[in-house]
Design a protein around this ligand. Structure first.
Ligand SMILES: N[C@H](CCC[C@H](N)C(=O)O)C(=O)O
Length: 290
C-alpha cells in the first residue's frame, strides 16, 4: 500500500504534502519523522497533511508537523503551497486554509504569487507563550552572548526576533539551538535575526523550532515585520529578504498580517508501504503544475 505525495517549497523551505481528505489518516509522530528524514525518508522541513475542514468557511484543514514529529500552529510557506493546490483544484483565485491557529484566507495574484492573510499577531506573553509575565517588545532576560532583548511574537507559533547590525555575522548554528530551548520559551521558539536595511527592506535569517536553519520561514518573516514595526524601524509594508528569497509582508491597519510570495512544485512521488504505514491508498490530490 503506497500513497502519492507532492514535494513542494516556498523559497526553499520544503515540504512533503499528502492529501488525507478522502480517508482517516492514522498518522503518528514516528511516521512523520520517518517521512521527513533526509536520508531514510523523502526529507523535508515540515510534513503537511491536508485534511477535511473542521470549520464552515474553510476549504481544507492543514496539519503541520516538524521533522521531529511535533505539531506547529503555523507554517506560512506551506500555507501558500496548500492554498495554491486548493485554488488550482477549484479553479478559483481565493480559498481558506484552516489550521489549529485559525482560518487563513488566501488569494492567487495576477503574477502567480500567493497572498495569505496570516491573521493578527499575538503579542501578550501568555499567547507567545512565555514562562512568565514580560514585555514582549523586549525580553531583557533572554541573552545569548552579544545577542539580547528579542521581541516575542506569535503567528500561531512562537517567535523571538533579535535585531542586529549584520545578520551574516551571527553564528546561527551555535546560538540558534541554545535560544530555541531557552527557559523563557516553554514551547521552544523559532529564532530570527533581522537586519533593517531600509524602512521597507529587512534581511533576516532563521533557526526554526525543531527544524534548524531553513532557507525561509513565512511565519518568521511575519514576526520580523511585526517586531520591526513595533520598534518603529519600518513602514507597515516591507520586503523581508531570507536566504531563499523575498516575501512581501504587510501589517495592515486592521491588525492582520498579509504575506505574499512564491510557491513551487519540485516533484511528485509515492511513499513506500514502510513509510506510508496504515495510510489509506486512494488520496484525491493529483499532482498539479505550480
Ligand atoms: N518550525 C515552525 C513551523 C514551520 C514554520 C515555517 N516553516 C513557516 O514557513 O512559517 C514551528 O515549529 O513553529
Amino acid at each position: 500500500m503506497t500513497i502519492p505525495f507532492l514535494k513542494m517549497h516556498g523559497l526553499g523551505n520544503d515540504f512533503v504534502v499528502i492529501d488525507a481528505r478522502s480517508g482517516n489518516l492514522s498518522l503518528n509522530e514516528a511516521q512523520a519523522r520517518a517521512i521527513a528524514d533526509r536520508r531514510l525518508g523523502v526529507g523535508c522541513d515540515q510534513f503537511i497533511v491536508i485534511e477535511p475542514p473542521r470549520t464552515s468557511g474553510a476549504t481544507a484543514f492543514m496539519r503541520i508537523r516538524n521533522p521531529d514529529g511535533s505539531e506547529s500552529g503555523a507554517c506560512g510557506n506551506a500555507t501558500r503551497c496548500v492554498a495554491h493546490l486548493l485554488m488550482t483544484e477549484s479553479g478559483r483565485t481565493t480559498t481558506v486554509v484552516e489550521t489549529i491557529a485559525g482560518l487563513l484566507p488566501a488569494s492567487l495574484e495576477a503574477d502567480g504569487l500567493v497572498t495569505v492573510d496570516m491573521g493578527p499577531p499575538r503579542l501578550d506573553w501568555r499567547d507567545i507563550p512565555l514562562a512568565g509575565p514580560a514585555d514582549t517588545l523586549r525580553l531583557d532576560d533572554v541573552v545569548e552572548g552579544p545577542y539580547a532583548g528579542p521581541t516575542a511574537v506569535s503567528m500561531g507559533n512562537p517567535h523571538a526576533v533579535f535585531f542586529v547590525d549584520d545578520v551574516a555575522a551571527v553564528p546561527l548554528e551555535r546560538v540558534g539551538p541554545r535560544l530555541e530551548h531557552h527557559p523563557a520559551f516553554p514551547e521552544r521558539a523559532n529564532i530570527e535575526f533581522a537586519q533593517v536595511l531600509t524602512p521597507t527592506r529587512i534581511r533576516m535569517r532563521v533557526w526554526e523550532r525543531a527544524a534548524g536553519i531553513t532557507q525561509a520561514c513565512g511565519s518568521g518573516a511575519c514576526a520580523v515585520q511585526v517586531a520591526a514595526f513595533r520598534r518603529g524601524l519600518v513602514e507597515r509594508r516591507a520586503e523581508v529578504v531570507l536566504d531563499g528569497g523575498g516575501l512581501t509582508i504587510e501589517w495592515r491597519e486592521d491588525g492582520h498580517v498579509l504575506m505574499t510570495g512564491p510557491i513551487a512544485l519540485s516533484f511528485t512521488g509515492e511513499l513506500s508501504a514502510e513509510l506510508a504505514g496504515d495510510m489509506p491508498s486512494e488520496p484525491r490530490l493529483q499532482a498539479v503544475p505550480a
